[in-house]
Design a protein. Structure first.
Length: 573
């Protein structure tokens, strides 16, 4: 800035012109408009589209001699500091407390010249305000986020006492009270912290909790809609207590810190019955804990809500209503394979059909379906259970996963003897699923004879409806995902981020599918032990839509984004 120009002795319009953000003609036009609206000149310029909100905040901060609040400072505001100012006061006076020390509290304000609000903050906090200048939209977004977090934390504290845990010992039904007042004074803070982690994960619909030790702090992350997000960073000193508490709940050896351990327990809270699978792994900084959350209280999906396109839905319904044969769904862990098969069972179950499942674990409890939980430690394996089920007169069988030759052999024999069998396999795509079955050890003529349908799937995040907005994709973005610009007839969509979606722009997920009904020419290729490329080409000739193409269709209809499809699928080379 030129030494001859002093913004603190200049008008706001002059500062904007000096900064190159406005012209004198534009300022004069805004001044004329201001006479009819009585708004401040900055607001008028923004409404007329002459400047951006950030340009106004920069000029205003220069004029007053204050610092400008950037996006990071506001959105990462300390909620415990913000809570020093009541939400009603903060929203009415357009202020947000972002940090503090022993004598000073840092305040972001839309109008730093509001001396009445500043004096009130001094009285409320007994601290000296250090003022930052913020634009109105950024401040409003930050108020929503920070006070939303404060409200959630308060709700969590109110519900902590209602959580109980059932011991991880399969033979015991003893209920362990997680309430902090039932623990010793030394343990109570750790108990409360563990409860807080559980409750936050449940409220946010998380599927996994990760407690990860690092050199100077512990990261607690939860997986929401398939993506990990940090929810807290407790100090390293809390790690031992956290891990010990979880080991106690899971009936694990608290003295063993050098070897991996696996356990389980169940959470019972109002309206929820959640099974938690625990895995503990030693790392260089301490023991890492990963907990998988399985909500067993209800299954409210159906084939339509999963995201089946109409054409695929008709094919899938036709296949699952066949009297016998094998239906296999493939995909990586967490891709929704079991959910799709549960939805299929829900579609076909009736009082005339005996449906039995063998699972590890049982993810949802379905009324009218006989579900068996595998416990390999006591010899209740997939193989032994399936041999017993054959004497249970089943019509339809769901096998949680085909993971070895024995399970695969039983599944094939069931499907060839008049039963409809559903199962899952870990494979990258639908053609690869067929070759995976052959690799497990099933004879080609058996795979070709029993297989009715192979389907690969992925889960992609939905754009948040609360903050969904149009945007124009760049040619580079379209080229990266392999989307022909000629196919983009309308604007694409993304989420700009809001409190509803934790500022991610996404809320909820849907599945995309790659489906191969076993036509005659495909069966012939399987009989001949054809390679994966030949099977893929034959499937494409028969109309198979690849996972990438299925994802692009969801981008074009405004359901998800190009970033999600790039994250979840690979381009066919």
């Amino acid at each position: 800035m030129s030494p001859d120009f002093n913004p603190q002795f200049s008008k706001l319009g002059e500062i904007l012109v000096y900064n190159g953000k406005a012209t004198e003609g534009g300022i004069n036009e805004a001044l004329a408009q201001q006479k009819t609206t009585n708004n401040k000149i900055g607001v008028t310029l923004i409404e007329m589209g002459m400047i951006e909100e950030d340009d106004f905040a920069t000029a205003y901060s220069q004029q007053l001699g204050y610092r400008k609040a950037d996006n990071f400072i506001l959105l990462e505001a300390d909620s415990t500091v913000a809570a020093l100012i009541p939400e009603d006061f903060a929203r009415e006076n357009r202020v947000l407390a972002v940090n503090r020390n022993e004598t000073t509290i840092i305040i972001a304000m839309e109008d730093p010249e509001d001396v009445v609000a500043i004096d009130s903050i001094k009285r409320l906090t007994n601290l000296i305000p250090d003022i930052l200048v913020s634009g109105p939209t950024l401040l409003e977004k930050s108020l929503d986020k920070v006070y939303g977090e404060i409200q959630k934390t308060a709700e969590v504290a109110e519900t902590i006492d209602s959580i109980t845990v059932v011991s991880g010992d399969e033979g015991s039904q003893e209920t362990i009270d997680l309430s902090p007042d039932k623990a010793s004074k030394e343990d109570a803070p750790i108990v409360k912290l563990v409860n807080l982690i559980f409750q936050e994960a449940i409220k946010e619909r998380a599927t996994d909790i990760h407690i990860e030790p690092m050199e100077k702090q512990v990261y607690v992350r939860i997986r929401i809609d398939g993506v990990l997000q940090i929810i807290m960073t407790p100090p390293v000193s809390s790690l031992s207590g956290l891990v010990t508490r979880i080991k106690i709940l899971s009936n694990l050896n608290i003295a063993e810190k050098r070897l991996p351990q696996d356990g389980r327990f169940s959470i019972k809270s109002p309206g929820k019955d959640i099974d938690i699978r625990v895995s503990i792994l030693p790392t260089i900084y301490g023991e890492k804990v990963v907990m998988r959350l399985l909500d067993k209280t209800g299954f409210d999906f159906n084939l339509t809500s999963l995201g089946f396109p109409k054409q695929n839905l008709g094919v899938f319904k036709k296949v699952i209503n066949q009297p016998y044969g094998l239906v296999v769904v493939s995909g990586p862990t967490g891709s929704g394979k079991s959910t799709s098969l549960y939805a299929a069972l829900k579609e076909i179950k009736n009082e005339k059909t005996n449906i039995t499942t063998v699972e590890d674990p049982v993810e949802y409890q379905l009324d009218g379906v006989n579900q068996v939980q595998v416990f390999e430690d006591i010899g209740l394996t997939f193989g032994s259970t399936l041999r017993s089920i054959l004497r249970q007169d089943p019509d339809v069988l769901l096998i949680g996963e085909i993971r070895d030759g024995e399970t695969a052999d039983i599944a094939v024999k069931f499907s060839l003897t008049g039963h409809l069998v559903f199962s899952t396999v870990h494979a990258n795509d639908a053609p690869g699923t067929i070759t995976r079955l052959l690799d497990i050890g099933i004879a080609p003529f058996l795979v070709g004879s029993c297989l009715n349908l192979v389907m690969a799937q992925r889960l992609v995040r939905r754009i948040c409806n609360n903050c969904k907005e149009e945007y124009s994709a760049t040619p580079e973005e379209l080229a990266m995902i392999g989307l022909d610009p000629g196919r983009v007839t309308d604007a694409l969509y993304h989420g700009k981020g809001c409190t509803e979606c934790r500022n991610t722009g996404y809320k909820g997920r849907l599945a995309i599918f790659e489906m191969i009904p076993m036509a005659r020419e495909l069966r012939k290729l399987v009989f001949e032990s054809a390679n994966e490329d030949d099977i893929r080409q034959a499937a494409l000739n028969n109309g198979m839509v690849t996972l990438r193409e299925a994802g692009l269709a969801r981008v074009l209809d405004g359901t998800t984004t190009t970033e999600e499809i790039l994250r979840s699928t690979v381009e066919e080379l």
